[in-house]
Design a protein around this ligand. Structure first.
Ligand code: ZN
Length: 351
């Protein structure tokens, strides 16, 4: 029986956004490649169920949830200048949150790792407002579910989307039971995620931000994961790992500019897998966030699943890799790692 799975439902295509970068073709192309590469045959495919209003309410304010429902019932509209709602968007957003909940359920029972191929994404969504293509914070809701349903005491959230996950950070900012680690491009949307944002009150040290200049590439990411994420995560010892898996750091992405390759996503997924193997029986849930190039996203997701489930697939880039991509760690990355360690060393003995 496969130990790695995916969450997918055709209803995720019903969140209609027109010509917006966050569009249904992202999932159509990704599922297409999973079929074509025969990865799908080696994965457990799980059909998600809707989250309940109560579950959404663990993270979001009731008036906000009601406003989204009402706006969709009246035909949809713009939630903010970046975020489109169509008639079915409320139902799809509830199914997206439910998908990550079902992924947690699966890894707490039979499976080791699950990638939830959901949309709309979630990590920018705050308790009382959506933004940046996000309606409900899927990963935050699933984190609360793991705490309530399975009494999981310590959860690590790794957010490798090219944007900072302001919503997730704020929801758990004073919470020592959730370690939020984000590596992101800076300066960039949404403008949060400086390395001085380390958490508040009991949660100090449990928010770890690594903002980086564009173009640092695979080697830079692997260096940051090795130098900061691995030591802190091993000291924290999570009982479950969630990933805000946005693949908009790929070199071909029209929005992000971090110059990762699909193979590079496999490397960082492998690092997170090794953390989960040594701390929490390999339990990992990855939830789709960004990733907007319709060729790069499917290959990046395939590469991540390959790393999670030892699928034995030879990962190729879907387009030529620019010769200018860095295969070494720049001095700016080394300097930033030093600064982040300095900002966090009071809270982590290992640093
Ligand atoms: Zn993003």
């Amino acid at each position: 029986m496969p130990k790695t799975g995916i969450i997918y439902h055709d209803d995720y295509l019903k969140h209609e956004t027109g010509g917006h970068p966050e569009r249904k073709e992202r999932l159509i192309a990704t599922m297409g490649l999973l079929k074509k590469s025969k990865a799908l045959e080696k994965l457990m495919c799980i059909t998600p169920k809707r989250a309940t209003t109560e579950q959404i309410g663990w993270v979001h304010d009731a008036p906000y949830i009601e406003m989204i429902q009402a706006l969709c019932q009246s035909g949809g509209g713009m939630l903010d200048p970046d975020t489109v709602l169509s008639q079915d968007s409320y139902e799809v957003a509830v199914l997206a949150a439910g998908g990550v909940i079902n992924a947690v359920e699966a890894v707490m029972n039979d499976l080791k790792s699950v990638f939830a191929l959901i949309r709309p994404p979630g990590h920018h969504a705050e308790a009382s407002h959506g933004m940046g293509f996000c309606i409900f914070n899927n990963v935050a809701i699933a984190t609360r579910y793991a705490q309530k349903q399975y009494k999981v005491k310590k959860i690590l959230i790794v957010d490798w989307d090219v944007h900072h996950g302001n919503g997730t950070q704020n929801i758990f900012y004073d919470d020592a039971s959730v370690l939020y680690f984000s590596i992101h491009q800076s300066p960039f949307y949404p403008g949060t995620g400086s390395m001085d944002e380390i958490g508040a009150d009991d949660g100090k040290g449990f928010t770890v931000n690594v903002p980086l200049p564009g173009g640092i590439g695979d080697a830079g990411y692997v260096y940051v994961f090795n130098e900061i994420l691995i030591p802190i995560a091993l000291e924290f010892r999570p009982e479950l790992v969630l990933i805000s898996a946005g693949q908009d750091a790929h070199f071909a992405d029209p929005i992000g500019g971090m110059s990762l390759t699909a193979e590079g996503f496999g490397h960082i997924a492998g690092i997170v897998r090794s953390i989960a193997n040594s701390t929490c029986k390999g339990r990992i849930v990855a939830a789709l966030e960004g990733g907007y190039d319709l060729s790069a996203l499917p290959y990046s997701v395939l590469s991540i699943l390959n790393a999670f489930g030892d699928l034995g697939i030879d990962i190729k880039e879907p387009m030529p890799v620019p010769s200018a991509l860095k295969d070494e760690v720049s001095s700016r990355v080394r300097q930033r790692v030093k600064e982040v360690k300095e900002a966090q060393k009071e809270y982590w003995g290992v640093l």
